[in-house]
Ligand binder design. Structure first.
Ligand SMILES: Nc1ncnc2c1ncn2[C@@H]1O[C@H](COP(=O)(O)OP(=O)(O)OP(=O)(O)O)[C@@H](O)[C@H]1O
Ligand SMILES: [Mg+2]
Length: 194
């Protein structure tokens, strides 16, 4: 198997330090812990949403940015990212990393988890469908499909964020060890969309 990383969508190589940003944060946790104590997903999301929203006065988009609006948007966005790491991690590596970068007019969030190699192709197919279609059309197509079938996940998480908040997603797959692929999901959001 190739050891090269593959990227899709709005991927950006973000700095490992805070240079040039309003702030940079990082947290490491564990997908099994998140899955076993499910409320840790919402707790982590709410914590980082509130923590991040305190920087709202530093945003610069030509108008004041309401802190409570930033907090509620991020709480929703981050919960989706954390829950996905809890639901879909697999293989021998359980590490989950959360990182955020705040810029004057935009924010970038990245979560990393690991999957079994056999899961990659299905996920990539889904990503290509997500990136290659109009979010509004795909959303309603999925709604209809979900009404007809009885799937586990609704598959509307990323799509809803794209549709309602113009979130742009980037994905990276890196084979890290035998039986394990690191998945990095990036979510980019413009402050003006809040
Ligand atoms: N972090 C991840 N690691 C591995 N697979 C993922 C990850 N995030 C998403 N996926 C895959 O992409 C699919 C779409 O994710 P999405 O969040 O849009 O929907 P969902 O989680 O299935 O449903 P919902 O979010 O509506 O409850 C998932 O069903 C899963 O197969
Ligand atoms: Mg989801």
């Amino acid at each position: 198997m190739t050891k090269e990383a593959k990227i899709y969508g709005n991927w950006e190589d973000l700095p490992a330090s805070a240079g040039g940003t309003i702030s940079h944060s990082r947290m490491e946790t564990d997908s099994r812990q998140l899955a076993e104590y499910w409320r840790r997903c919402s707790l982590s999301s709410d914590f980082w949403a509130r923590y991040t929203a305190l920087s709202s006065p530093e945003f610069s988009v030509g108008r004041p940015v309401r802190r409570d609006a930033v907090e509620s948007t991020l709480s929703y966005l981050l919960n989706e990212l954390f829950e996905n790491t809890a639901k879909f991690s697999g293989g021998p590596v359980a590490a989950v990393v959360y990182e955020s970068w705040l810029f004057p007019d935009r924010m970038a969030f990245q979560v990393t988890n690991h999957i079994e190699p056999a899961r990659r192709d299905g996920f990539v197919q889904l990503i290509e469908e997500l990136l290659g279609n109009d979010p509004d059309e795909l959303y309603f197509k999925r709604l209809e499909e979900n009404a007809e079938t009885d799937q586990k996940g609704s598959g509307l998480g990323y799509l809803t964020l794209m549709k309602d908040y113009k979130v742009r997603f980037g994905f990276r797959f890196t084979p890290v060890a035998e039986g394990s692929i690191a998945v990095d999901v990036q979510a980019h959001i413009h402050v003006k969309e809040i």
